[in-house]
Design a protein around this ligand. Sequence first.
Ligand code: ADP
Length: 870
Amino acid sequence: MVDETPLMRQYTEIKKDYQDSILFFRLGDFYEMFYEDAKIASKELGLTLTKRNKKMDVPLAGIPYHSASSYIAKLVNKGYKVAICEQVEDPKEVKGIVKREVIRVITPGTIIDTDYLDEKNNNYLMGILIKDKSIGISYVDITTGEFKTSKLEGKNLLYKLLGEINKVYPKEILIDEKSLNFLQGELQSNRILEKINITKVQTMRNPEKYLLEYFEIQSLDSFGIKNNDDIISVCAMVLKYVVDLQKGNELPIRKISYVSTEKIMELNLTTQRNLDIVENYNRNDSGTLLGVLDFCKNSMGSRYLKRILKNPTLDIDEIHRRQNDIEYFINEVLVREEVREKLKDIYDIERIIGKLTLETVNGRDLVALKESIKNILEIYKVLIKNNSNILDLDVEKLIDVYNLIDKVIIDEPPFSIREGGIIKPGYNEELDELRNIAEHGQDYLLKIETEEREKTGIKGLKIKYNKVFGYFIEITKANIDLVPDYYIRKQTLVNAERYIVPELKEYEDKILNAKNRISTLEYYLFKEIVGEIKNYIEMLQELSNKIAYLDVISNFAYIAIKNNYVKPEIVQEGEIEILGGRHPIVEKLIPAGEFVKNKVLLNENKDFIILTGPNMSGKSTYMKQIALIIIMAHIGSYVPADYAKISLVDKIFTRIGASDDLITGQSTFMLEMSEVANILNSATNRSFIILDEIGRGTSTFDGISIASAITEYIHDNIKAKTIFATHYHELTELGERLKRAANFRIEVQEKDNKIKFLREIVQGGADKSYGIEVARLAGLPKEILVNSKKILNILEERKDIIEQNFGVEQMMLFGNTPTLEIKKEEKKEKVETISEEEKRALSILREIDINNFTPMEALLKINELKKILN
Ligand code: ADP
């Protein structure tokens, strides 16, 4: 129902354009919410729901404007959009309704109040545009101005996209309807939507023009994205969204950085999760690589570390540069400690720059910037003195900024920029004069008070102040007879009367005016200085990158010493050799010194390791440790080993266990096979693959056959460096038969019918599965163990019979070589007695054109055939 009052008409008019947002409608000292907004706000924020107009029954909830930030943050973090509607006229100067406008809309991906953001994480808004053969993505953090874009191409685009989403980890995704329809199912089944909000948008007609106008440039060449339509579209889509929400407020976005995915190691969603790179997906709190590596002193450093960890570089020169810089800090212990100590006292300049542009900066931020510059210059001096040019600064410009702030802003300014007390004395003459009046006004009042006492002879005469009357003279009832004629009575109290005199009023105007003038002038001067510092924004943005880099590098040096890491030798191509390698996360979880070191060598002669060993013997730990060491080497870090030589790896793939299958709720076998299909489609001979227990989701014979077929495919066609862990000791036959494959096992010691894990990798395959011993270790009741031993013995006795009923290819897996003669005869017999279903399956089989089949399609076909036969 529509309220009749003009105010509510204004509200309805404004709300019309912000249907999808909660409208914070400014009324004096409050933001009010009405109707549905009020109901949501009262529920989400625990506010009392009242009614604005009893008759009209309008639900209302309100919050004081000065504490709005925390309420906004709460709503936005829950996924709501909040539109801030302000009074844009001075109520004192207008008759009737004050004009109101929405001045900003805040969404999860566009929060600008950094007080409510996690300092170690970027707050990204990500745009996605899915095309037939490529996907454009771009993401922006409007608190820092970082704006990046990439194009995903090639096979398995959706897998790549999921990997990118997980890397960027945006708070909000912008997507057009068509792309969303395509993606929704994937996002849901991979549980990506839990912490990410989706906003549907439309793509733009003329995106290139929009970008050129925003950046005020002639061509997109300088960003390296010219003629790249997908990227241009997705960048314009994201930029327009944030620009529109800011309603004309300037943004710190100064450029688009194009990130070529070719220069970055591909880590898909599953791999990021399996390796616990920055997040522990299993929530068993067993640590992450980021946790081991992040001892940065500064939030800019922590954010930078996270970024490079998710995007290991394939630029060998960049890796060498980082290694050299780390080496410097390893050798120069004192310099390192001094630098790290000072890094601690550098504020988050990156976010201060954002605030500068968004005009949300206050005096304290500027002082923080000044202090940071001082510390940075000190670091610079230390480094130069010690022959390092790792920090390359424009010292003059920095000193300029320092002086600008130092000259103007007092050392401990208040939080608010509207109430004065920010500008240093001596900076502005007019301000000094006004302050003089305001300060000495008090003395003057005392003077008037004394004079009036003398004139009237009333000893108890007092000058007081309240908001209604301003300054007045108060005289107790007992002295009323002595009050002179020219006193003008203003108010009568029980015991006293209050008067004013013209002189008092004149001065009052002066003092109050001065106070008002001071805050206005200080605000103006503050904004002026902000404007001047803004000229240095690009230099400051670069500066924050340099500081982040310095922090990460000195941190790597610190970690290398602390954790006893070595510098890996990085080569463009060739082998991966690690001696005395350790798992960086697991070694921290067990008592110091108890981790058993292991080696690995993968080269052109041997690039496929079949790793056998009982459950819990350490297979996954071993494989993951190699993957983690490879990643660490690619970000420039030293690694947990005695020696390491790492050739560049373009992609790491992992197919591990079943833990995440439970979470996503997909059929285990189907999920396993689609992941394997993705690996087989995407891996190259420069990739590193970990396969853990492939084929576990189906019966043993199926499992073994699929596992061996996959092994052969990778070995023969892809030639990626691969480690395949299995407790099917039957697979070791492949290790002997395939040319570049080798068998390794994790050594266990058997004594008195019990096993002890030695955790050591040795050449050769395991000859049995040890499942029952592991069950014993896990504490299964004794009678079950005894019984399963009996069953095992029976099965082993019947092995021959089972094998006779099975196909020749699978028997090969067990190391037997049955004569093909017999096999053929058997087949003949079988063909003669086939059922209708079998006939159907056979005819489907005959029609298949293998040349046009992907591995995934093949698997699906096999599945279909099996269904028919069952
Ligand atoms: P698997 O994959 O063979 O089932 P895991 O790799 O999960 O076994 O290892 C089981 C546990 O054994 C790990 O959680 C870890 O505590 C311990 N472990 C593994 N490798 C080592 C090692 N090299 N040194 C010490 N402990 C290890």
